[in-house]
Design a binder for this molecule. Structure first.
Ligand code: SF4
Ligand code: FES
Length: 358
């Protein structure tokens, strides 16, 4: 194997607790309890080790990171380690005094989620009454305090009809960037796949709208677009390749090659309570299992795309085939590619199974 390059970004999943209950949450179906979460000092150590390893930025995420009473201390620790700090938040707890303390602690950027453009839809999807107005106020506070704002809109079968209004909200709330991210299907989203998968016509319309909006708002709003694998012929380079650019630490300290990796049953992950971040990144079986291309079997082995998409998504391969080493079924060359069209054909459920602690 060639030399292992350093990670660029750390996803710090501070907690699984959240006031919202989005049915596409990327957290595992078995959520971590508060009593098991890493303490402030443990997170500070993670940040120091991440920076020493080469990470440039940390995404403070969850669940909802602001439910942690020590979110200000955690932010300060990330900044002290020299990391660019991005808060990924639902915004419903982001009141002015807290945001002011976070800014003082060195917060660099806020990424705010929005579940739908209309209030009723947003409240139904997120499962929290009054959420939209609190988010709008949070966005205004972020801009007033001079922080850059990204709006993250997860889109799917039940809110894509409001995409033009979601783009309008991003402009109205003063975001510089909008992420239009189609749901990716693992964790809670897989449990709700029949209610979330868009039709091909919905996808094509959304793609056209995003392209037109990019032109119309050039210089004012950057729009990132994450397409759904279920209508693709080639997979995405998930995480930029397993163990290449990215690592996540779960609320209980597991070091993960991606935020959904725990969905791969039977895989054992190193824990920051027993090991260093560097040992986890460079020496653990979990990170080395799918790093590079040596693990690949045909059709990925020898494929011209192998070092571009890295065989696609390991979590999706496991979710759909039961084999994390299989070619991602999003690839048309996978013998399991037909599973995706079959799932699209079966979709149409309207009720959600909401995220909750079991
Ligand atoms: Fe990518 Fe593998 Fe498909 Fe080639 S065969 S395009 S490497 S997923
Ligand atoms: Fe885990 Fe793609 S989400 S590798």
């Amino acid at each position: 194997m060639s030399a292992i390059e350093p990670p660029l970004a750390l996803l710090a999943e501070l907690t699984h607790r959240c006031p919202l209950r989005c049915p596409y949450c990327s957290n595992p179906v078995e959520l971590a309890r508060a009593r098991d979460e890493l303490a402030t000092a443990e997170w500070a150590r993670v940040f120091q080790e991440a920076a020493a390893l080469g990470c440039l930025q940390v995404h403070l995420s969850g669940g909802e990171p602001t439910v942690r009473r020590d979110i200000v201390e955690i932010t300060a620790a990330a900044r002290e380690a020299g990391l660019y700090t991005n808060l990924i938040t639902a915004g419903v707890l982001l009141e002015a005094p807290l945001l002011a303390r976070l800014v003082e602690a060195g917060l660099d950027h806020v990424q705010l989620s929005v579940q739908d453009a209309d209030e009723a839809g947003a409240e139904r999807i997120g499962g929290l009454r009054g959420a939209q107005e609190r988010k709008r106020r949070a966005a205004a506070l972020v801009r007033e305090m001079g922080l850059p704002l990204t709006l993250n809109a997860v889109v799917h079968r039940q809110n894509l009809h409001n995409l033009p209004q979601l783009i309008a909200i991003a402009l109205d709330w003063g975001a510089q960037r909008l992420e239009v991210a189609h749901v990716q299907y693992y964790g809670w989203a897989l449990a709700n796949r029949d209610a979330l998968l868009p039709t091909r016509a919905q996808l094509d319309e959304a793609t056209g709208l995003v392209e037109a909006a990019r032109q119309a708002h050039r210089g004012r709003l950057v729009i990132d677009y994450v397409v759904p694998d279920y209508h693709a012929a080639r997979p995405k380079a998930c995480m930029g390749g397993w163990g290449r650019r990215f690592l996540a630490v779960s609320p209980m300290g597991e070091v993960l090659p991606c935020h959904a990796a725990k969905s791969i049953a039977g895989m054992v992950f190193p824990n920051i309570r027993d090991t260093s971040l560097e040992a986890a990144w460079t020496g653990s079986d979990a990170f080395n299992a799918f790093r590079g291309t040596a693990w690949m079997a045909p059709p990925c082995r020898g494929c011209a795309h192998a070092e571009r998409d890295w065989g696609g998504c390991r979590c999706q391969a496991f979710a759909l085939t039961g084999d994390a080493a299989a070619t991602d079924p999003a690839c048309a060359l996978s013998r399991d590619h037909g599973l995706l069209a079959a799932a699209v054909a079966e979709a149409g459920e309207t009720r959600f199974r909401y995220r909750e602690f079991s």
